[in-house]
Design a protein around this ligand. Sequence first.
Ligand SMILES: CN1c2c(nc(N)[nH]c2=O)NC[C@@H]1CNc1ccc(C(=O)N[C@@H](CCC(=O)N[C@@H](CCC(=O)N[C@@H](CCC(=O)O)C(=O)O)C(=O)O)C(=O)O)cc1
Ligand code: HCS
Ligand code: ZN
Length: 718
Amino acid sequence: MKTYAYGFPRIGKQREFKKLVEGYWSKRVSEEELFSGIGEIERKREKTYRKYVDAFPEGEMTLYDPMLDTAITFGVYKVGSLNDYFELCRGKRALEMTKWFNTNYHYLVPDFEERVPNFSIEKPIWDRHEKAKKNVYLIGPFTFLKLSKGLKREFFEGALKELTGLYIEYMNSKNFLSVHLDDPALVLELSKEDWKLIEEVYQVFSYAKCSVNLFTYYDSVDRLELLFNLPVDGIGIDLVHDRGENLKQLEKIDREGKILYAGIVDGRNVWRVNPFKIRSFVEKLGENIVLTNAAPLFHLPVSIESSSLPDELKAKISFAEERLKELNLTANIEERESEVKEWIKGLTLPFGRNEEVRKRVSLLKEDDFERKPSYEERVKVQKEVLKLPLFPTTTIGSFPQTEEIRRIRLLYRKGLLSKEDYETFIRGEISKAIQIQEDLGLDVLVHGEFERTDMVEFFAEKLEGIATTGNGWVISYGTRCYRPPIIYGDVSRRAPMTIKEVSFAQSLTEKPVKGMLTGPVTIISWSYVREDIPIREVAYQIALALKDEIEDYEKTGIKVVQIDEPAIRERAPIKKRLWNEYFEWAIKSFRLCHSSVKPETQIHTHMCYSEFSEIMDYILDMDFDVISIEASRSKGDIIKAFEEVNFNRQIGLGVWDIHSPYIPSVDEMREIVDRALRVIPKENFWINPDCGLKTRRWEEVIPALRNLVTLARNLRSN
Ligand SMILES: CN1c2c(nc(N)[nH]c2=O)NC[C@@H]1CNc1ccc(C(=O)N[C@@H](CCC(=O)N[C@@H](CCC(=O)N[C@@H](CCC(=O)O)C(=O)O)C(=O)O)C(=O)O)cc1
Ligand SMILES: N[C@@H](CCS)C(=O)O
Ligand SMILES: [Zn+2]
């Protein structure tokens, strides 16, 4: 049996990719060094692939994001220099950033600005395909256009025809031997018209001089037979996250000699597979099978080898390199039987069970998910208590994680600094941040999250039942990474998690300080989650831990609590037909956190970098008092969605794109507010940035927040 793998992480075992690109941005690395360093990373990746699998794509590497590279290759953006390229990623011309399907990877969204697209084939400033010949990696034209913005409906068909034609020209002129087309948008719930268009337009692949393999992943394809009728050589499908739907269709399809790239090892979660079971499963699939991963492997860290997990857990999981090994073991099971037996030894080890937690979840009643009194009642009490001005100003939670903070934390983690000294240092940072916010004149303050490495990892370290990996880095966007924790057992709170820092901050000021928590859906979405109990139960376990934390806030006099749920949209299933089922537990877990708070406690939530317009009704059902939503990169496009719903809650639409070092002026921020005030009553409107400020520098934060406060003051005096 043959094996194939794709999407192996580009970050590198020691985050070489991040260090290199960020080194270039800070002028420590020259252009030449950047290119040769990227080449080196690519060679290492290919060496790993070669160790385990028969084939893999060439030219998968990028300097920032493959969607942007595709846009440049086909002339959507003209880029004459590396600086032009990075301006589109993080400068004043930065493209909107949004979640890639239901993942925590963010891509740059090509924008056609409502104009007729005018494609061309361009030689990019750094040519990822320069040496590529076999299985050359390209994002499929359908996915590329479907995930872009500003392409009017009436132009879509013409654009797809023209672009697909150019793809053929590109492949033929470059003399590729074979092409790997990544086309995950084919798993979306598509209309009849879309399917008809795909069927028609993708016929042009018969003009390709090389073989073409079309890969889908993250879910099932609703019209799989249609893909097998296209003039391509192979089809890749996800047999892990398809709820059996791909398999069911496969049984009825005549594959007519086409290769089936059977995605049988999970690219999204870490639980180790049993190669014996996988092998007997694939043997039933028939002839012409190539074993592959079910989704790109970059959602996993590079290898378990360099992680600091306990051995019992390591024996149950696989990261990217181990997934390659699983493909290899499955394909060569006869010769490697003893190795396979060794591989699966850890699978029988039990997950952590906590009877008390199980009982608490089983005793939950409908009332436990219901906050009383209603928003209309409690908002009056909150007004009395908080006495906030019109257009209250706040930030989203984190302040700059400076090099000094990271260095001090590293010393503490290595045991070179005592807990006491570390905590004194953190208190010093909190004091400075409170002073700065007071001086700027913000209304609702935050403690700054200096004690947190990451908004999920921090809670994972405090909670029982969740493990952290130490070095298991995964890219979230560009060069920014996170280490997804592993939820392996029942989750419970050992002790208060955030009270010390937040109540210290509150002791320094008369203004309200927001207690800052990460919500259950986000903790789940940015972690790897056990699959032996229903996801709903995991969510309720986490919610109960957060509920206890909020009760402790109230006891210490905290009046405003923010429960961040930036991943609530991202976690929604790709198939909308499954949305009700998902949102039911997602919303209930949020409501469980805050259902028992006092009427005067103001509950905030925050969401970012997703397409929210379609989920407004679900969002409202979470029953918070205030929401802050990112809106500035999309120039406030989300405002349209407020025209259609009666959004009777307070809202802060982000007025500052915090992922760019650019400092917006008062007038630039005002544009978004003016548009929003046409649909949102001014007494419900807050002024805040898009997201947390941890990735920015104080030199950017202070002037931008000064402008933000000036904007609020101008609005109040108008
Ligand atoms: C808000 N977002 C988040 C998402 N997902 C998360 N898991 N977290 C988020 O906050 N998704 C949506 C958005 C956008 N996504 C991100 C993701 C990641 C970052 C980010 O800033 N990442 C940091 C790493 C953060 C971290 O864990 N830091 C640790 C380790 C720091 C470190 O590298 N230490 C060095 C030594 C110190 C030094 O020399 O600097 C080392 O260990 O070698 C910590 O602070 O201790 C990143 O830099 O990529 C932002 C938005
Ligand atoms: N409170 C978090 C939310 C990020 S989505 C922060 O400010 O970083
Ligand atoms: Zn955010």
